[in-house]
Design a protein around this ligand. Structure first.
Ligand code: HSE
Length: 291
């Protein structure tokens, strides 16, 4: 018996919603899993080059967590994975591997665990619920994690919302981008973010694309991460003048993500502006329209 799952990439934070908002993106990883005599891996795609091929493999490990939790034993697995999600760029590649491994393992044994249970287990591994929530539930999610349980709500993305991702050619570890953050912030900055994150969640839920520009602003993480992504400061300050509804660092970066109205006539101008600005700062990048 074999199962196959298709898991989306994700973007986290959406600007102000640090560690709470996430959105699934139309970029995917596929995982196939079956019982085997001896554990074996088949990896396909350029993004798979550094992935471990023994039992320290992340997908193998999360599958075993699911089996343990369900009280069954499936020690040997045949795992195939194909991914088009760039690694270490802020597009949730590790979250998609965790969710893919968990969902596949759960399906392989007849789905004894609920998605809510898988979500708690995945969040405990990632330590933030935004990427795993989006990869598991799809669409846009808002989630709150208390250290052991995460509550989540899924929002259907507005039908005219499209996103443009700018993926720099360099990698940035989430741990490094988290180390750049201060351990405390002012009440003024906290209020700034709570208000914008609330406004953004409401605007996305109600399809109010006109509010995204005002809502997609942040003082909790992006100002501190900007030095790690050359060109980011200019891009964040100016992209709305070139047709973006709003723009943010995708998760911990270095990818940037612009929200765009599908009907926007200046899409190629926006793309050119983003690429040129990054290039001026010495960064090669590629763009992709998603959602
Ligand atoms: N919310 C997390 C962060 C996402 O910004 O560090 C990491 O992918």
């Amino acid at each position: 018996r074999k199962v196959r799952v298709k898991i989306p990439a994700s973007t986290a934070n959406l600007g102000p919603g640090f560690d709470t908002l996430g959105m699934a993106l139309s970029l995917y990883a596929w995982i196939e899993m079956g019982e085997a005599e001896q554990t074996v891996f088949h990896l396909y795609g350029d993004e798979m080059k550094d992935v471990a091929l023994d039992k320290s493999n992340l997908i193998y490990k999360v599958a075993q967590m699911v089996f343990d939790e369900a009280g069954v034993s499936v020690p040997e697995l045949e795992i195939s994975m194909h991914s088009e999600i760039p690694l270490t760029r802020g597009l949730g590649s590790s979250a998609s591997a965790i969710i893919g491994g968990m969902v596949a393992a759960n399906a392989l044994i007849g789905s004894p665990l609920s998605n809510d249970r898988l979500f708690d287990m995945a969040t405990a591994l990632e330590k933030h619920p935004d990427n795993v929530g989006a990869s598991l539930f799809g669409g846009i999610i808002a989630a709150a994690w208390d250290g052991s349980h995460a509550d989540v709500i899924r929002i259907e993305p507005p039908k005219d919302l499209e996103v443009l991702v700018v993926i720099p050619e360099f990698e940035l570890a989430t741990s490094k981008a988290r180390e750049a953050l201060p351990s405390s912030v002012t009440v003024a900055d906290a209020v700034y973010n709570v208000s914008r994150s609330s406004l953004l969640t409401g605007a996305l839920a109600c399809g109010r694309l006109d509010l995204i520009g005002a809502a997609m602003r942040d003082r909790l993480h992006q100002p501190y991460r900007a030095p790690l992504v050359p060109g980011m400061e200019t891009v964040l300050a100016e992209a709305t003048q070139h047709g973006a509804l709003g723009i943010a660092l995708s998760g911990a970066g270095p990818t940037l993500i612009a929200f765009v109205d599908r009907r926007e006539p200046r899409k190629s101008e926006l793309e050119a502006f983003l690429m040129e600005t990054m290039r001026k700062h010495g960064i090669e990048a590629r763009t992709r329209w998603l959602l």
